[in-house]
Design a protein around this ligand. Structure first.
Ligand SMILES: Cc1ncc(COP(=O)(O)O)c(C=O)c1O
Length: 396
């Protein structure tokens, strides 16, 4: 048996699913770099800004007011209403609270969205490279991940024609992620619309992970699957407060979709987390209804860091990186350095005290690349790139 989770195979009672759950190389690299203060870390996909004060205060006030009991499985009505209003305006489509379910981060939003449409043995299309948790979730469900290549020649944009080529008779869903972690690309609106048409033609559901939809640079705009084709109904958008409002630890996410498609989610939620704490939802409500300049300020800082890291990486012999259009990751081609991405990342850690994520952590298509998070200070970015440049000079 292929034991990738690291559990001993003989441990009585552990299910084959758990025994073979795909281990995360992101987590492995993170653990290797942990407790080493001398290491400059460009590993984590987490804003380095604090949660805005007015959001924290709303959460604290809710706890003081006694909002500490169970709440509705689908989320508190005020938050569902506020999210429906926000996205109805953004996507120019009618939405009410019935279209919105609040979840434990985008992670659980994804789990519950997949649970509600994917049966064991079915196929789900997943971009390669992509956020590795998609594969873990499909493994847990007993579904098959069918990869759709995303190529550097296409500026790392997922193309509808590649999706069409990957379709199988058992395809029940596709997972999209734009802006992309780890690629930093934004899908073209035409491709999003074409995938919606393919979904209607072949009868699959589009689960669109849009957690970085507001972290877009140079005035770009991400086209949501919910707005690409008027009247399109086979979608579930997964999103959260984690990246947009620097609220990773609050664990507040949500799913938006047609009412009949999202209706099973609160039922399943009852048996998973039951509900997200009411005080967390009060804080999220303050985030979505309060001043939005907090997100714009963070975006300005990310854009400055993006410009710096891309220019530093492209100055390094043997490396090249496109300019990310969104999210906060640089995706650098390191093939000319002649090592596997894991070996290169391991040597950078050991020899230069720089922690980055090997591209292979994001699927076979990520081999030959490194992911560097620029949700870190300019000083860290400069120190990390100086270490990488020294190493590259030494190798060449
Ligand atoms: C593409 C993508 N989707 C989902 C998530 C999970 O976000 P959350 O904190 O809302 O669970 C992340 C976090 O890194 C991510 O990068």
């Amino acid at each position: 048996m292929n034991v990738s989770s690291g559990f001993p195979a003989h441990r009585f009672g552990v299910s084959p699913m758990a025994l073979t759950y795909p281990a995360s190389d992101i987590r492995k690299m993170f653990t290797l770099a942990q407790n080493r203060p001398e290491v400059v870390k460009l590993t984590v996909g987490e804003p380095d800004f604090p949660t805005p004060d007015h959001v924290k205060e709303a959460g604290i006030a809710a706890i003081r007011d006694g909002d500490t009991g169970y709440v509705a499985n689908a989320g508190i009505p005020e938050l569902r209403d506020a999210l429906a209003a926000k996205y109805a305006a953004r996507w120019s489509r009618e939405l009410t609270a019935e279209n919105v379910v609040v979840t434990v981060g985008a992670m659980e939003a994804l789990t519950l969205a997949l649970d509600s449409v994917v049966s064991p043995g079915k196929d789900v299309l997943v971009p390669d490279p992509a956020f590795p948790n998609y594969r873990g979730q499909l493994h847990r469900l007993g579904a098959r991940a069918v990869t759709v290549p995303v190529r550097e020649e296409e500026s790392f944009k997922l193309r509808a024609r590649d999706v069409e080529a990957a379709l199988t008779p058992r395809t029940t869903a596709i997972i999209l992620n734009s802006p992309s972690n780890p690629l930093g690309s934004i899908m073209d609106a035409d491709d999003v619309a074409e995938i919606a048409r393919l979904a209607d033609l072949h009868g699959f559901v589009v689960i669109s992970d849009e957690v970085y939809d507001e972290l877009v640079f140079d005035g770009a705009r991400n086209t949501s699957i919910a707005e690409a084709v008027p009247g399109f109904e086979r979608f579930m958008v997964v999103n959260s407060f984690s990246k947009t409002y620097a609220m990773t630890g609050w664990r507040c996410g949500f799913v938006i979709g047609p009412a009949d498609l999202v209706a099973p989610i609160p039922l399943i939620q009852e048996g998973v987390a039951s509900c997200l704490p009411g005080f967390v939802q009060r804080a999220a409500l303050a985030a979505v209804t309060g001043p939005q300049d907090v997100t714009r300020q963070m975006l300005g800082a990310y854009q400055q860091r993006r410009d710096r890291i891309v220019s530093l990486l492209n100055d390094i012999e043997g490396m090249r990186a496109l300019r990310p259009e969104g999210a906060f990751y640089a995706w650098a081609n390191v093939r000319d350095l002649g090592l596997t991405s894991w070996d290169l990342a391991a040597r950078l850690l050991e020899e230069k005290n720089v922690a980055v994520i090997p591209g292979s952590a994001f699927g076979p298509g990520g081999e030959g690349y490194l992911r560097l998070s620029f949700a870190s200070s300019l000083e860290s970015i400069e120190a990390a790139c100086a270490g990488i440049a020294e190493y590259a000079r030494w190798r060449s």
